[in-house]
Design a protein around this ligand. Structure first.
Ligand code: XMP
Length: 315
């Protein structure tokens, strides 16, 4: 049985010993990096510097919320606005692995710039077990190179610290709860952000669309769960597919994009079952998305694939 108290005490001891200078951590706002930041801050205090990178591929209001939360918890945090830098790096990238690598490299470059400023010798990351297992860290084949593992440049001149690398998601949440982190129940969000929820080239214009669609999916499912119509899924979001289809808007032919809604039940993200969301809720989501973005989105589909054979994200 996993004991969060024991884990935290041991981790703090190990971190105190391992980190002799200043360390930098990228705070995405996800459960993993938030738990890692608080854990390391407990060990080395203000020798830890947090940077939140607003990549331009974040969810609605996410960067503002993340900054407020971490600062409230006493993490010394700076926000780097980097949408243009990321979209430039993603220009022409269509293949999912190429996108992940471009994002990973851009992240690391930004950290390195920031780390140089503060003379950090250590880079802390919230990598968890499924990240490196699925990235071929074991004897398995690469399924997807999760950006915080597979895309590290070889010339990185900081030592990597990964205090959560042996934990699964449910264990990270237990540690988060134990540390008193209020977002410990937040749904997971992938490191590469909305860029891997846009099939094909991830422009900032498409990011606007998928950001709004993700917000609607989150809002409607959370409202439905609060109203007792369904259980809240483990993860739920929208994907901007590359399919354009014909529709009608008023009396006029429209040719717009297709959004896919994805909601899954899972324990640790390693396997997943698609959520049996009531049709009335799905219909509400569909109507709201198409009404909010007329001319851009004219079709909404629901993904009924389990993992395996699918993965949770589409890329
Ligand atoms: P998949 O799509 O592989 O996702 O079934 C399993 C879980 O991991 C999240 N995910 C990522 N997390 N970096 C991350 O930190 C990544 O590159 C990444 N890709 C997927 C995904 O959202 C799901 O919760």
């Amino acid at each position: 049985m996993f004991d969060p108290e024991k884990f935290v005490n041991k981790a703090i001891e190990d971190l105190k010993e391992a980190i002799s200078g200043t360390a930098v951590i990228a705070c995405s706002g996800g459960v993993d990096s938030t738990v890692a930041a608080v854990l390391v801050a407990r060990a080395i205090g203000d020798r830890l510097y947090g940077v939140h990178v607003d990549t331009g591929y974040m969810r609605k209001n996410e960067s503002e919320d993340v900054a407020e939360l971490l600062r409230d918890m006493g993490v010394n945090l700076q926000v780097a606005i980097a949408g243009e830098e990321f979209s430039e790096a993603l220009k022409g990238a269509v293949e999912p692995e190429a996108k992940r690598k471009a994002i990973g490299h851009t992240f690391i470059r930004i950290f390195e710039r920031y780390a140089k400023e503060i003379d950090a010798k250590y880079l802390v990351q919230g990598t968890i077990a499924p990240d490196w297992i699925e990235s071929g860290g074991d004897l398995r084949d690469v399924i997807k190179s999760h950006h915080n593992v597979g895309a590290l440049p070889e010339d990185m001149d900081m030592s990597l610290v990964e205090p959560l690398r042996d934990l699964y998601k449910d264990e990270v949440r237990k540690v988060g709860r134990y540390l008193g982190i209020s977002i410990a129940e937040k749904q997971p969000f992938p490191g590469p952000g909305l860029a891997i929820r846009i099939i094909g080239e991830a422009t900032l214009e498409k990011a606007e669309i998928v950001r709004e669609a993700c917000f609607i999916v989150e809002d409607e499912l959370e409202k439905a769960a609060e109203a007792g119509k369904m259980e809240i899924p483990w993860q739920y979001f929208a994907v901007l597919t590359s399919a354009k289809t014909v529709g009608v808007q008023g009396d006029v032919r429209a040719y717009g994009h297709t959004v896919a809604v994805r909601a899954v039940q899972s324990i640790d993200g390693m396997t997943a079952a698609y959520s049996k969301v009531p049709h009335e809720v799905l219909e509400k989501i569909s109507i709201r998305i198409t009404n909010t973005m007329p001319g851009k989105i004219n079709r909404v589909v629901y993904d009924i694939t389990n993992k395996p054979p699918g993965t949770i994200e589409w890329e």
